[in-house]
Design a protein. Structure first.
Length: 426
């Protein structure tokens, strides 16, 4: 009897021996099972035996203690080791989620190449947009005429007024309207938009004699003499041209021949430092002597281009115009073929006064080209049509560059078709 009694009590020590904590440590989720398994074990062994019977019957609480008791009776911990890996694969998706940011840095460098094409595109497109914006005053006055109208004589009369107001001059206006009337009549154009397209083509053809590429490599050094009135942007244009010539592979030397205006030499030296270009200058020296030294230095150093800045002056300042002629003669003594180019910088906002400047400087130093600046302000732009038509006795001198802003990239070669489109807001 006692032996049977002790045999029956022997299971209880096995029950405390069952390390209920190990399975609890293995499964951190079923925390509430700990009190349920611990409470029935200490009081009496018989209820445990009773619990063994209903264990398979109970649907929810039984499986956890039944598994624990089976694990305690069967010393083989194999089933305990199996749930452990089953619980571990669950955290494995966490590293997978942690790996999700790994592709994120791969996506971050992708936007880096995006700005590269964005930086290349604006070079030409943005400059044309700024040109159209600078000439928007003329573009709106001329381009707006073709909206909601009939192709009749009233349209041509409005066009005539708009072209004259845009500083195109009488000669250019009459020439353009005569050709436009003939084309409309010949092709029987009745759509105002097609009349506008025809006017753009005629205007581009009219301006095309002014379009000429600047030949940078025809001789070495290429001596360029630059003149212009004060405030036209002459010194700034020299700095931009130095940048442009360097990008085309030519070495540049500057001569500070503007000894008349205060701080002109310092301004040119500043542009030289920006472009890493040497500037030949003399404090209060003779501008002709500065130009002579610069040409000789350019030849000795094998420079590609020598640009000579001169004092800004008005055509009515006869003594300064005589000094300008002297600079040209002295440059010819340093190089018999020089200066190879004589450029005049004109402000595009001065309207018909540009024609007076061109005529006076051309008579004094025989101009070879023009640089038109400040077309980003209130410039009307029609003056170039007047130059092409030879208004007021002006010779149709080529326009090498036009400027629409202050940055180095804002000075671009003159293209007749682009300029005609900007004048008509196209």
């Amino acid at each position: 009897m006692f032996s049977r009694f002790f045999k029956k009590k022997s299971p209880p020590p096995a029950a405390p021996a069952q390390p209920a904590p190990p399975p609890e440590a293995v499964d951190p989720i079923p925390a509430p099972v700990e009190p349920a398994a611990a409470e029935p074990i200490p009081p009496a062994p018989q209820p445990q035996a009773e619990a063994l019977a209903p264990a398979p019957v109970a649907p929810t609480p039984a499986p956890a203690p039944a598994q624990a008791i089976d694990a305690a009776r069967e010393p083989v911990p194999a089933p305990l080791a199996e749930p452990a890996p089953e619980a571990k694969p669950e955290p494995e998706p966490a590293p997978a989620a942690a790996q999700a940011p790994a592709p994120v840095p791969a996506v971050e460098p992708e936007p880096a190449p995006e700005p590269a094409p964005a930086a290349e595109a604006p070079k030409k497109a943005s400059w044309l947009a700024r040109l159209k914006q600078g000439l928007s005053r003329t573009g709106q006055s001329i381009g707006g005429i073709f909206v909601g109208v009939k192709v009749d004589e009233n349209l041509f009369e409005e066009l005539e007024s708009a072209l004259i107001m845009a500083d195109a001059g009488l000669e250019a206006t009459e020439k353009l309207l005569t050709a436009l009337r003939a084309r409309v009549k010949k092709e029987r154009i009745e759509d105002p938009a097609k009349v506008k397209a025809a006017l753009r083509q005629l205007l581009a053809d009219h301006l095309r004699p002014l379009e000429r590429a600047f030949d940078l490599k025809r001789t070495q050094p290429l001596v360029v003499m630059i003149a212009g009135v004060n405030g036209a942007g002459k010194t700034t244009s020299i700095g931009k041209l130095a940048h442009t010539f360097q990008r085309q592979g030519a070495s540049v030397l500057l001569a500070a021949g503007d000894t008349f205006r205060a701080a002109a030499r310092e301004q040119l030296i500043e542009w030289g430092s920006r472009n890493n270009v040497t500037v030949i200058s003399q404090d209060g020296g003779d501008p002709a002597a500065v130009a002579f030294d610069a040409v000789n230095a350019g030849r000795a150093r094998g420079m590609g281009v020598v640009m000579v800045d001169t004092a800004g002056r008005l055509p009515t300042q006869l003594h300064l115009m005589e000094e300008l002629k002297k600079i040209r003669r002295v440059i010819g003594k340093a190089d018999a073929a020089a200066p190879h180019e004589v450029l005049l910088v004109v402000d595009g906002n001065t309207g018909q006064n540009v024609l007076t400047q061109i005529r006076a400087f051309d008579a004094a130093i025989n101009l070879t080209g023009l640089v038109v600046t400040k077309l980003d302000g209130t410039a009307k732009g029609g003056t170039l049509a007047a130059v092409a038509a030879g208004s007021q006795g002006v010779r149709p001198i080529p326009v090498y560059w036009i400027g629409v802003g202050e940055s180095l990239e804002d000075l671009q070669p003159f293209v007749a078709d682009e300029f005609a489109g900007a004048l008509l807001a196209e």
